[in-house]
Design a protein around this ligand. Structure first.
Ligand code: 5GP
Ligand code: SF4
Ligand code: MG
Length: 457
């Protein structure tokens, strides 16, 4: 998911949030929503679909609104339903608030069961709703203390953009799994954004990342920071750099583009693959493919053209939808691949659907040899922190070896980047403070909900 927030004394916060969400659309395409306040009342508009679809007719409007938050959703917990769209809004004894969440919690089902046994009625099936109830039930006097109490109970991945009638609040979990940054607008206002790529669009200047285990509160008095962890448990998601984030974003000081380019260079060295041309599976494989080309001295060319009017194929919820989408999405350029030994670079093989189909497309277009390079290690384990690779039986690398996958997708050879190779690609970060769990089964935070019966989840 993607989250956004704006506090601006003079600008149109609804419009700014809309533009920010537009720039974060790659983080989720199932639903979108904006909440805003004029200081008295919080209004929310949300719906299924792309940002441009949900707000086609009009943006939510309130006179003199100074704060807004927004969300784009990619379903990892809870079904793809309108009721599960965010931001969530509540009224409670201390006032009103709206909240948007990116990440998955590892103990939400346990907390939910506990709250339900005490009489709390849940309106959605998303784990985000536990925050709302924990904040509302807290006996603490201030909203800041209520939120800090809630985050002390909840575990797993959470970046939050929260709005009260007079404050914009950002929270990032102690591991810092997902990104969250702060920007400053020219009128002295503030922006919260999942990624830096959504700051420019509002003329906001990057200030800094929200730190893992930090809550920032922005209001007419400026910005206040509260720390709720000692910073020792940082485990930010390597997959943001491999695939999820936009290449023009900088997360925790590491350029996503630079990381992906390095992944391509490492792939060229590790695989030793040589051929006539390097192509990518656009768009997510392109930066790594250019790195491969640079390192190996083999020209890069556009061997596959992507239909620009289709969203990310993986994110379509059912296998049937995904199957149809791949065919519509990509087509080969005969003059680039016919008769050639082709090196094809992509970011990941999850279920194996995409790669198998593309290899077939390239063969039909006359490619002589197809060598596939993947800029993530084999995904062998589910993610519990907000990337939808969580159905283990569907992960091809969980059950097949590299050789078996190579023949399954019909390639001449196949190489996945190593974890060691990957660690070299994020030189601006401490590679020990990253999560690689979906590749090595070393989970920084245990999945506690797994202990519940399936029906309870
Ligand atoms: P597969 O067809 O093997 O299941 O999916 C791999 C393709 O899905 C890659 O080209 C990758 O770019 C794309 N993809 C889209 N969304 C995601 C995601 O959230 N996670 C992963 N691992 N791959 C994704
Ligand atoms: Fe990222 Fe994988 Fe860790 Fe999930 S398990 S947070 S996708 S590195
Ligand atoms: Mg892709």
């Amino acid at each position: 998911c993607g989250i956004y927030g704006v506090y601006s004394p003079t600008e149109d916060v609804s419009e700014m949030t809309y533009l920010g969400l537009f720039a974060l659309q790659h983080r989720g395409q199932e639903s979108a929503g904006i909440a805003l306040t004029d200081g008295d009342w919080i209004d929310v508009k949300k719906g299924m679909g792309l940002v441009s679809e949900v707000f086609r007719e009009q943006l939510p409007r309130l006179d003199n609104a100074k704060i807004a938050i927004g969300h784009v959703r990619y379903a990892t917990t809870g079904f793809s339903l309108a009721a599960n769209a965010q931001p969530l809004r509540v009224n409670y004894a201390g006032g009103a608030l709206a909240l948007a969440h990116n990440g998955d919690l590892t103990n939400a089902a346990l907390i939910r069961r506990d709250l339900e046994s005490k009489g709390t009625v849940f309106q959605t099936t998303i784990d985000t709703e536990v925050f709302v109830h924990l904040i509302a039930r807290s006996q603490k006097p201030s909203v800041e203390e209520r939120i800090l109490e809630a985050v002390s109970v909840v575990r797993g991945a959470f970046c939050l953009s929260i709005m009260t009638e007079d404050k914009l609040i950002g929270v990032r979990d102690p591991q810092g799994f997902r990104p969250l940054c702060i920007g400053r607008t020219p009128d002295g206002g503030w922006v919260l954004s999942s990624e830096t790529c959504a700051l420019d669009v509002n003329g906001a200047e990057f200030v800094r990342d929200v730190l893992p285990g930090e809550m920032v509160v922005m209001d007419s008095d400026g910005l206040k920071s509260y720390r709720f962890s000692n910073g020792k448990d940082v485990a930010s998601c390597i997959f943001e750099y491999i695939y999820f984030a936009r290449p023009d974003s900088i997360i925790d000081g590491q350029s996503v583009h630079a990381a992906r380019f390095e992944m391509g260079r490492v792939l060229a060295r590790e695989s030793g693959f040589r051929g006539d041309v390097v192509i990518s599976v656009p768009d997510s494989g392109t930066t790594a493919a250019t790195g491969f080309s640079y390192e190996a001295g083999i020209p890069f060319a556009e061997g596959l053209i992507k239909n620009r009017y289709i969203g990310r194929t993986f994110i379509q919820p059912t296998q049937k939808q995904r199957d149809a989408a791949v065919k519509l999405k990509l087509s080969p350029v005969r003059s680039v691949v016919a008769g050639k030994s082709v090196i094809m670079v992509d970011d990941s093989i999850v279920r194996g659907t995409t790669s198998g189909k593309i290899v077939r497309l390239l063969r039909n277009a006359g490619a002589r040899e197809i060598h596939v390079c993947i800029s993530s290690p084999p995904i062998t384990d589910p993610c519990y922190y907000g990337i939808d690779t969580s159905v283990r039986k569907e992960l091809i690398s969980a059950t097949k070896s590299v050789d078996e996958i190579c023949s399954f997708i019909g390639a001449d050879s196949l190489h996945f980047i190593s974890i060691d190779g990957l660690r070299q690609c994020v030189s601006a970060l401490n590679p020990d403070h990253m999560c690689y769990a979906c590749f090595n089964n070393k989970y920084p935070v245990p999945e506690e909900d797994a202990e519940l019966d399936e029906d309870d989840k």
